[in-house]
Design a binder for this molecule. Structure first.
Ligand SMILES: [Zn+2]
Length: 347
């Protein structure tokens, strides 16, 4: 069994996954037609290209522009339900068993939905999808850096009502430069008090100071965090506080958090004892699956398959989902991998 087959077959956990960055191109096309959203291109193959960032993408700001069309079509309850359900199906094909799906509800109120409508729609797609495709995990609600702090505070308030329905975390994303996380400290304090786990995107478009701030706001899991590598003191803070970095190497190279994929610090961080996990970030925009991302990490970053497996277990370990479900999956993961490994040795 080669690496590709092995990585496809192992049960996987993915913690950093944006709904709006992972809508199937065919679904974008159909929803645009159904809802009268103007399309730049009417051909599926060309639309797929249009929706994908690549190594020529210049920055996080440019990367975020690839989300505009998917967001424009996700403005109704059926569209949000469908995209979430289909993402669950795509996760199943990638043999992901534990997933945390995130999105920013404020981006989906352009045609009159309330925050509550949006959160309910995504939870409905998730509830159906997780059952049909045997997933554990939950939904992370994302606040946006460039929103007024009061709007993120309102979002935390609404999200907190859905803690027992599958919303497990509160996140901060968006253009990092010039929008420090501390502006949204009140929203995060409230989210935590309502029982939501905290994660923050940091150290992607901005440097180590952004990482330091995110940790000081109580985030023990960071989206990416990789530009911490520019300051050994911040790297030490990450390690000493057991902060987990949920990285997405292909996306990180596209947003220019690293200049090239080969410059990614994942392997070095792992070997320094930092908790690191691998995700796709955005399956459509980054044109990637978790299986392929695991292969990239071996081919481009020089990680061993054993290291990748350890990072995969870390993702399950560090998930926000309930401990009972994760403990059950831990056994399943370990047993399945042991069997596949024996197959690799003998086959
Ligand atoms: Zn992200």
């Amino acid at each position: 069994m080669d690496d590709a087959a092995y990585f496809q077959a192992i049960p996987k956990a993915e913690l950093h996954l944006h709904l709006d960055g992972s809508v199937r191109p065919k679904t974008v096309l159909e929803l645009a037609k159904e809802n009268g959203v103007p399309l730049p291109i009417d051909d599926l193959a060309k639309l797929s290209d249009f929706l994908e960032a690549n190594e020529n993408t210049a920055s996080l700001v440019e990367y975020i522009t690839f989300f505009e069309l998917p967001i424009a079509v996700l403005q109704t309850v059926p569209a949000l339900e469908r995209a979430t359900y289909e993402l669950c199906e795509d996760l199943k094909h990638d043999n992901v068993r534990y997933a945390e799906i995130r999105y920013g509800p404020w981006l989906h109120v352009q045609q009159g939905l309330s925050l509550t409508d949006v959160i309910r729609a995504v939870l409905s797609g998730w509830t159906r999808g997780r059952k049909d495709f045997r997933l554990e995990g939950g939904i992370i609600v994302t606040a946006l850096r460039d929103m007024p702090p009061a709007q993120n505070l309102a979002l935390a308030q609404v999200a907190g009502r859905f803690v027992s329905d599958g919303v497990i975390g509160f996140d901060l994303a968006g253009d990092e430069a010039g929008h420090p996380p501390v502006l949204h400290e009140d929203a995060f304090r409230l989210a935590r008090s309502l029982g939501l786990n905290i994660t923050i995107h940091a150290g992607e478009a901005a440097g180590p100071e952004s990482v330091r701030q995110a940790i000081s706001m109580g985030a023990l899991r960071l989206g990416h965090g990789i530009r911490a590598q520019e300051d050994p003191e911040v790297v030490a803070t990450i390690r000493e506080n057991g902060v987990q970095l949920d990285t997405a190497p292909t996306s990180n190279a596209q947003t220019k958090a690293v200049r090239r994929l080969q410059d990614h610090p994942l392997k070095r961080f792992y070997e320094q004892g930092i908790k690191v996990t691998i995700s796709t970030d955005s399956r459509t925009v980054s044109h990637i699956t978790l299986t392929r991302e695991f292969q990239n990490v071996v081919a481009a970053l020089g990680c061993s398959p054993e290291q990748v497996w350890a990072m995969n277990l870390q993702a399950l370990e560090g998930g926000f989902g309930d401990e009972v479900g994760r403990a059950r999956l831990r056994h399943e993961f370990v047993d399945a991998e042991a069997m596949l490994r024996r197959g690799r040795v003998t086959g």
